[in-house]
Design a protein around this ligand. Structure first.
Ligand code: G1P
Length: 271
């Protein structure tokens, strides 16, 4: 049963400067709604009932945003605006489900995941990366369904342009399970075009076995001096853990780069 999700939110957001110089990128509006709310809606709709946010001191405005129910309540007292009442209820719903843990030094996604170790209750949990929005089809829900069938780890996958493989984790595929799912035989973080075994990229939805924490504890720094989740996944695959790559069906929006962020508002407004 996948009932918990984790969301790393301590990143500096340098790809979105200057917007992120004083503001958390996950709160930036995408078509009138903070990006993080799309991610929350996806995992709540997929049946998750506890979401662990990994933030940092610098990103405390995220905590403030979800703990601002008293402010809404005081506004509603004087003015019964239905829109504000709706927002108030939404914030309360989110607040009840979110827990916060801290990663004050940005040491990478792998290190962020390790911070959640003592909170994870079941054998498997979901991770969503907030830069990656997937619209129209609930990718987390589809992956949870797949997990129920195979009881192994799963990562979302999408074909990318060969020229851009160095922006992603890239898979080697072995067996095809069906037209949308395959067994992963290796994964490499941000390879050069020559090193890349394919153009199948890791997109930010993961169902992970909690044994990953053992691997993360031993994980050495990789590309760019960061501890990458991809490197621990690679080590798990080498140790015979099974990972499925899932070609998701929804519309992908890359909100972690300036071009992608600008486009995502336009795309969502068309949906
Ligand atoms: C992270 C992962 C990478 C993955 C990507 C998906 O990279 O390390 O393997 O392909 O998310 O968005 P980041 O966006 O943190 O550079």
């Amino acid at each position: 049963m996948i009932k918990q999700a984790i969301i790393p939110l301590a990143g500096l957001g340098t790809r979105l400067l200057p917007l992120t110089s004083v503001f958390a990128k996950e709160l930036l509006p995408i078509n009138g709604k903070p990006g993080i709310e799309y991610i929350l809606d996806e995992c709540i709709e997929a049946g998750v009932n506890e979401i662990i946010f990994i933030i940092s001191k610098k990103k405390e405005m995220i905590k403030k945003y979800f703990h601002n129910d008293k402010f809404y309540k005081s506004l509603i007292k004087n003015k019964k605006d239905p829109r504000i009442i709706k927002e108030y209820k939404k914030i309360l719903k989110y607040k009840k489900k979110i827990k916060f843990v801290y990663q004050n030094t940005p040491l990478g996604t792998g290190d962020a995941v390790l911070r959640t170790k003592k909170f994870i209750k079941n054998d498997y949990f979901l991770m969503l990366l907030p830069d990656d929005l997937i619209m129209k089809k609930n990718c987390s829900k589809d992956m949870i369904k797949l997990h129920k069938k195979y009881k192994v780890s799963i990562m979302a996958s999408m074909r990318v342009n060969k020229k851009n493989v160095n922006r992603w984790g890239i898979y080697s595929l072995s067996k095809k399970l069906d037209k949308d799912n395959f067994i992963i035989s290796d994964v490499i973080e941000k390879p050069s075009t020559n090193e890349a075994p394919s153009n199948n990229a890791v997109i930010g939805r993961y169902i992970l076995n909690k044994k990953i924490f053992k691997f993360l504890k031993k994980q050495k720094k990789g590309k760019g001096g960061e501890i990458h989740i991809t490197d621990s996944i690679k080590a798990m695959i080498e140790n015979k853990f099974i990972f499925i790559g899932h070609k998701f069906l929804g519309k992908y929006l890359d909100c972690g780069s300036m071009n992608g962020y600008i486009k995502s508002t336009l795309e969502i407004s068309k949906l």
